[in-house]
Design a protein around this ligand. Structure first.
Ligand code: SAM
Length: 187
């Protein structure tokens, strides 16, 4: 991304000024942890989004994953859902600056959003453990309509244990952590 270091500095300032207590009063109990992937090239090469794909980042933060994808895979559509206004606002400003036309951003709780048009879902630690069954139920409904791919950059065990998902690839981050890639059974 253009102006990478400056953007990182602004993101750090936003993160430093966030008050978890105030945010929880505003949005309720959610996981507001932030992090972003260092493996975008490898991740995207394994999913290779194309014309008919709608790639969702569920809990899109500052939109870093979407910007990378939309720039490198201009044929595909990219959508991000982020609950926190502070992160969403920054991602919306970055989108305005870079002018990418194949990105849409939503400032909402993912459970209030209809993401049933999605074909690829990127999930990087947006939820506390108890919310994953609900997310998987929603994804299961989507895959009944069309095949989906799921990329899990955290809590892979939850996805490994899901009987309608088949793991087809993985990237090792370190000796314990991996990014897992799944296709729905019908894919
Ligand atoms: C670990 S960050 C990952 C950010 C982004 N996916 C990336 O890789 O750059 C997880 C994000 O999910 C957001 N989040 C948590 N619960 C959410 C919810 N229910 N709906 C939408 N976003 C949520 C958090 O605010 C946070 O920005």
């Amino acid at each position: 991304m253009k102006g990478g270091e400056k953007v990182e500095g602004i993101i750090q300032t936003i993160e430093d000024n966030m008050d978890l207590g105030e945010i929880s009063v505003r949005h309720g109990i959610h996981s507001f942890k932030y992090g972003t992937s260092e493996f975008l090239k490898e991740i995207f090469e394994l999913v290779n989004p194309s014309t008919d794909d709608v790639f969702y980042d569920l809990g899109s933060g500052y939109g870093i994953v979407l910007f990378y994808g939309a720039e490198h895979y201009p044929e595909a559509q990219f959508k991000g859902i982020e609950i926190l206004d502070e992160r969403f606002d920054m991602s919306a400003s970055l989108l305005e600056e870079n002018g990418l036309k194949n990105i849409e951003l939503f400032n909402e709780d993912m459970f209030d959003c209809d993401f049933s048009d999605g074909t690829i879902f990127y999930i990087y630690n947006p939820l506390y453990a108890e919310f994953y069954p609900k997310l998987l139920q929603r994804l299961c409904e989507v895959q009944k309509k069309h095949p989906i791919t799921v990329i899990a950059e955290s809590r892979c065990r939850v996805f490994d244990e899901t009987d309608w998902l088949i793991k087809y690839d993985a990237i090792s981050i370190d000796v314990v952590r991996q990014i897992h890639f799944y296709r729905s059974q019908s894919a």
